[in-house]
Write a protein that binds this ligand. Structure first.
Ligand code: G
Ligand code: G
Ligand code: MN
Ligand code: NA
Length: 254
């Protein structure tokens, strides 16, 4: 309850900040976008990761206003990145509770309107499991989101139970392969390599793009390139960084 009160106060005191992790074209290594990742700049405990507060934010439903803040802030900051960065996408994580809430669609609309961000640049990341447990609601909602022009990514893909028919029936733009499939590849073909290859071919067959997350080695990056993955995200190329630290990179995007 203490943390919950703290969390409520933190929203009012504007103690949350966004960090950004770059996403790169696997062939050219060009920066293609950023994923926004929330942190809590706690007055006494220091910078807290989502693991320390997202569970409580979910249980207390504070994830709804917090999620709206993240959406608005990410859109606002991305729209301000300057004319040379107009091609960069901005990915925002959306929790199950948030996307089931009736305020979600209006919140997306409001974040786009307030920021003036080109809707095509916004990618909403929903975890595979949260979409699966709400497949009916997801279908309707996704149709509305597509009408706004935003893109939809299935996050942590491969950890849930998606069926091909479900993937075909929903207007999903991007599959993000979960980082648990990214453990180091040996000389021998490991099951995860087969899995990654199947996912890439399936996605491309359904007109979707594939992002691999958790890429930590150049061996993984090379393999993903060979398998035809579209973009990669991971500590190898960039860690999540505060806004001031990515601004230097943004200046180089000309
Ligand atoms: O940034 P980090 O790797 O510590 O993130 C841990 C988890 O928190 C990840 O699963 C990530 O998806 C989630 N997360 C980060 N930022 C947000 C956010 O703004 N909203 C939601 N719902 N989840 C987030
Ligand atoms: O669930 P989601 O994909 O949103 O999780 C994003 C989280 O993954 C962030 O908290 C980020 O810190 C973490 N992350 C990003 N790249 C890597 C990586 O290369 N290795 C590991 N172990 N974690 C990563
Ligand atoms: Mn994510
Ligand atoms: Na993920």
């Amino acid at each position: 309850v203490d943390v919950e009160r703290d969390l409520r106060g933190a929203l009012a005191r504007n103690e949350f900040v966004l960090h950004y992790q770059g996403q790169f074209d696997v062939q050219t290594r060009a920066l293609v976008g950023y994923e926004a990742l929330v942190r809590w700049q706690h007055p006494t405990r220091g910078l807290l990761s989502p693991g320390a507060f997202l569970g409580i934010a979910e249980d207390s439903k504070l994830i709804v206003p917090l999620g709206e803040w993240v959406l608005q802030e990410a859109c606002r900051q991305a729209a301000a990145w300057g004319s040379n960065t107009r091609g960069l996408s901005i990915s925002v994580n959306v929790s199950a509770l948030q996307f089931e809430h009736p305020s979600f669609l209006p919140a997306v609309q409001k974040a786009l309107e307030l920021s003036g961000l080109d809707p095509h640049r916004l990618i909403l990341e929903l975890s595979e499991s949260s979409v699966l447990s709400n497949a009916g609601a997801a279908s309707q909602l996704f149709t509305h989101l597509k009408a706004l022009g935003v893109r939809i990514a299935l996050d942590d893909f491969g950890t849930g139970q998606s069926s091909v028919s479900m993937l075909r029936s929903l207007p999903i733009d991007i599959l993000k392969i979960d980082r648990s499939f990214m453990h180091d590849q040996g000389a021998q073909k490991e099951p995860s390599e087969v899995f990654i290859s199947v996912v890439i071919n399936l996605a491309h067959g359904l007109n979707m793009l594939v992002t691999a997350e958790g890429v930590e080695s150049s061996g993984q990056m090379a393999l993903l390139g060979e398998l035809g993955c579209d973009s990669i995200q991971g500590f190898l190329l960039a860690r999540p960084l505060p806004l001031r630290d990515i601004e230097a990179h943004l200046g180089d995007c000309t």
